[in-house]
Write a protein that binds this ligand. Sequence first.
Ligand code: AMP
Length: 144
Amino acid sequence: MSLDGTYDAGNIFARILRGEMPSVRVFEDDHVLAFMDVFPQARGHTLVIPKHSTARNFLEEAPENVGPLLLGVQRVARAVRAALTPDGIAISQFNGAVSGQTVYHLHFHIIPRWEGVPLGRHGEGMADVEELKGLAEQIAAKIA
Ligand code: AMP
């Protein structure tokens, strides 16, 4: 999919938002939902998505939604830091297939990094759900 296109309400994150598909939830407020990435590139890889949006990517998001969305991203990233004490945190977001986007509901990746631990490959290797639940609990406990 390119940068241009129509929002598909059947995309996996829309289905997670509607509760039609399971997810390991970390946090939600009026604006955002955070849940664990099931194909994590690092331990604690968390996704943050807008709840009331049909933006496929960041460029399409309504400007008035950007502030609350990024506040949610920062809030979850701070909780990831407090819970997992990584050496660094990558926050990424892809727009269009050529950039690496595979799911067409706007989302941000929060990826903790540790010195000497290489980044896993994007979207490969499914995590153990029980382990994800443990990580989600740890992160949720640090949401300020
Ligand atoms: P992107 O490639 O930026 O579109 O990222 C999509 C991300 O969603 C990838 O990191 C996938 O591992 C992740 N993902 C795909 N399906 C699910 C799912 N059902 N639950 C959680 N994460 C998912």
